[in-house]
Design a protein around this ligand. Structure first.
Ligand code: C2E
Ligand code: MG
Ligand code: MG
Ligand code: MG
Length: 281
């Protein structure tokens, strides 16, 4: 009996592994044509000043809709694109598209916002990343202070090289944000030394803020950021209680479904046009 079960388990394991691999290869192949077939778009999620509830920036988030696969989540296809190196060309497209759109909004006379763009480790470590950013800024005409790059703590694995890249970006005048903060392993020392402007507290900590026994961690992270003179953003705010507690703890900025989901450019433009504070209570 034990033997039989073992065999079944093996077959089960084997077939689910196969399914995963097939899905991965399918995504990889479809992704290869996604750019030329115009299947990629950007959604924008506002960043909110938690006190005034005004929009104070936005994050560009990649969306992919394929005719066969339907909508595929970035959490699924970005890691694959990283593995295959496709992230280099996709990442350039994201940067260019976000900068171009932001400049267009500035030229239309809408309130000037800074756009935050997610950058994957592989992209960040690619030899000509700094010059890519430089030429995109030049080509689109967006002023560097209106671009923020979101990187994760995983770049710390190559602390020396990463510091050089960060300095190069700093020289260009763009801002740097440490995304998903608290889930990685940056030491306090590194945090103090690196040219960083912003930390984004990971959603997992924001989820905990409603729980009085768990909220002290969030408070500690906010204080750390403020002590280092960093701008502090809370990500994944879903309810008013969380927003209030974070604001009471002097966290200045937040993002989350409470204010707005990521929305397509036309809707975001409307949001910028009406300029009403979001979800004022
Ligand atoms: P992230 O940069 O940490 O982005 C935040 C994610 O949380 C987004 O998911 C956003 O839609 C979602 N989110 C925002 N507010 C809430 C909320 O209140 N509740 C919940 N449940 N979720 C919320 P999304 O768009 O699926 O992106 C997932 C991840 O994929 C991003 O995490 C980022 O790491 C990566 N990603 C997205 N676009 C790009 C891109 O253009 N380039 C790179 N390299 N990575 C990207
Ligand atoms: Mg992000
Ligand atoms: Mg994040
Ligand atoms: Mg996150």
């Amino acid at each position: 009996l034990a033997k039989g079960r073992g065999k079944n388990n093996y077959q089960y394991y084997n077939s689910s592994l196969n399914k995963r691999n097939i899905r991965k290869v399918t995504i990889e192949n479809a992704l290869r044509k996604a750019l030329e077939n115009d299947e990629l778009t950007l959604a924008y999620q506002p960043k909110i000043n938690l006190q005034s509830r005004d929009i104070d920036g936005m994050e560009a988030l990649l969306r992919w809709k394929n005719p066969e696969l339907g909508a595929v989540s970035p959490s699924e296809f970005i890691p694959i694109a990283e593995e295959t190196g496709q992230i280099i060309s996709i990442g350039k497209w994201v940067l260019k598209t976000a900068c171009k759109k932001n400049k267009e909004w500035h030229d239309k006379g809408l309130p000037k916002q800074c756009v935050s763009v997610n950058v994957s480790v592989r992209q960040f470590q690619h030899s000509d990343f700094v010059s890519t950013v430089r030429s995109i800024l030049r080509d689109t005409g967006l002023r560097p202070e209106y671009l923020e790059l979101e990187i994760t703590e995983s770049i710390m694995q190559n602390i020396k090289e990463s510091t050089e890249v960060l300095k190069g970006l700093r020289n260009l005048g763009v801002k740097i944000s440490l995304d998903d903060f608290g889930t990685g392993y940056s030491s306090l020392h590194i945090l103090r030394e690196l040219p960083i402007d912003t930390i984004k507290i990971d959603k997992s900590f924001i989820d905990d803020v409603a729980d009085s026994a768990k909220r002290s961690m969030v408070r500690t992270i906010i204080d750390l950021g403020l002590n280092l003179d960093l701008s502090v953003v809370a990500e994944g705010i879903e309810n008013e209680q969380q927003a209030r507690i974070l604001s009471d703890y002097h966290c200045k900025f937040g993002q989350g479904y409470l204010f707005s989901k990521p929305i397509y450019e036309r809707d975001f433009e409307k949001l910028l046009t009406v300029r009403t504070p979001l979800n004022v209570k």
